[in-house]
Ligand binder design. Structure first.
Ligand code: X8Z
Ligand code: ZN
Length: 422
């Protein structure tokens, strides 16, 4: 699809120029209530805040992969081979938890297995997600949601299975479209998609131009915020999935599992648009599309392709959002906002313990305040909207650091004697 993509880039830039922007990248960066260049600098600042933690995780995972596969496959130093991470894009690494799990600390449960053992089916997964939001005081999903959503993969035709959420009429016709599998990834994805739907419903009474999220990172963060609570052992026990919630001895396994998804994601969430910004600006042309992609993969993620790439390879085309043309920095932002929301919500609920063990299930007052933020839609600059719920006016990765603090300390100890980085 490389030639098609190059043609698409040219057409898209023509449209952006017609609207008065330098190129499509500048148009995308203009959506954050600040100058486009200031926004780019803002993402640099945020990346610097989390980069040391990512490097600690990278170092630890590389050492475990080296033990598992040997020097010939995964050397002790340098980048990690991208095909060893349990995900086609190397974007979330939770699927290799069993390969990298801490020695001597066992995890007493596995959400994939619990869902299976308790006989969950796709509809029950969605109902469970709805129940979480209901516990916060949100009205139930409309009957039409159940009639019109696509929840399982149809057998009679091809569909786009990448999960999405839809608002058809700006009233109450909200739906999801998702080929749900009964596993932990999709358990979280259900909460993610429903977050979009509850947000859409919350801002439906705004004038048409304001019927959107405060910025696109907010839209992606709502459901992930819900999933942070809905993934705690305490909550899984409350809804009968887990017989007995483990104690503090399982904090590290839990945090490592979570970090393999959330922290590993950060550099990927950043680089997809770093690449597109270069492509739209013309700094990178079709002949270097793939090289520029792998250069960024190395720079930010510390990953390498398993072998030389063919001259005509177009690897970014394999990421849904690239040909689908969905901006991606929103997910990087969401991976920070969700922890800001979580920290604020737990504080509102009077939670005194460590952040990763906090769940706001059933906290009606938190739900009321969260909905009040969502109802604002895009009616004012996002920092003001952020403030209504968190009291903060900046995107701030210190919430990420707070949540994962015990894990970061543990990683530093584990990595002692290693040369980290690549
Ligand atoms: O595309 C999505 C959602 C739909 S908005 C399923 N996500 C990104 C991805 O899959 O690459 C959620 C996390 C990142
Ligand atoms: Zn989403």
């Amino acid at each position: 699809m490389k030639p098609d993509y190059a043609r698409f880039v040219a057409l898209s830039n023509e449209g952006a120029k017609g609207l008065g922007y330098k190129d499509t990248g500048a148009l995308w960066r203009s959506n954050y209530d600040m100058e486009p260049d200031a926004f780019a600098a803002e993402t640099d600042r945020l990346w610097k805040q989390v980069e040391p933690f990512y490097k600690n995780l990278h170092c630890y995972v590389r050492a475990r992969l080296n033990e598992q596969y040997g020097d010939a496959v995964q050397p002790k130093t340098g980048p990690i081979r991208a095909d060893l991470l349990g995900n086609m894009w190397g974007q979330q690494w939770g699927n290799i938890y069993d390969v990298v799990q801490p020695k001597g600390i066992t995890s007493s449960y596995d959400l994939d297995k619990l869902l299976e053992a308790k006989g969950y089916d796709p509809v029950k997964m969605v109902k469970t997600g709805e129940n979480f939001y209901s516990s916060l005081g949100f009205a139930p999903l409309p009957q039409t949601f159940w009639e019109r959503s696509l929840i399982v993969r149809p057998q009679d035709r091809e569909v786009v299975c990448h999960a999405s959420a839809w608002d058809i009429d700006d009233k109450d016709d909200i739906r999801i479209k998702m080929c749900t599998k009964v596993n932990a990834d999709d358990f979280r994805t259900i909460h993610h998609e429903l977050g979009h739907n509850y947000y859409q419903r919350a801002y439906k009474n705004q004038p048409a131009l304001f019927r959107n999220s405060a910025n696109d990172g907010f839209h992606e963060a709502i459901g992930d915020f819900a999933a942070l609570s809905a993934s705690t052992p305490t909550y899984l026990q409350q809804i009968g999935l887990l017989d007995k919630a483990p104690g503090a001895e399982e904090d590290i396994p839990f945090l490592l599992k979570t970090a393999l998804d959330k922290i590993a994601f950060l550099p990927f969430g950043l680089l997809v648009d770093r690449w597109r910004w270069q492509v739209f600006s013309g700094e990178v042309g079709p002949e270097t599309y793939n090289d520029a992609w792998w250069k960024l993969r190395l720079q930010y993620q510390g990953l390498t392709a398993p072998g030389p790439r063919p001259a005509d390879a177009f690897d970014p085309g394999a990421k849904y959002h690239v040909p689908g043309n969905t901006p991606y920095t929103r997910y990087f932002l969401a991976h920070i906002y969700q922890f800001q929301f979580h920290r604020a919500a737990c504080k509102q609920a009077g939670w005194k313990g460590p952040l990763h063990r906090c769940s706001v299930y059933d906290q009606k007052e938190v739900g009321r305040r969260f909905n009040a933020m969502m109802e604002l839609g895009q009616s004012q600059p996002w920092p003001e909207t952020l403030k209504t719920f968190t009291g903060e006016t900046r995107t701030d990765a210190s919430a990420v650091a707070d949540y994962f603090k015990p894990l970061n300390t543990w990683l530093v100890t584990q990595n002692r004697g290693q040369t980290c980085g690549w």
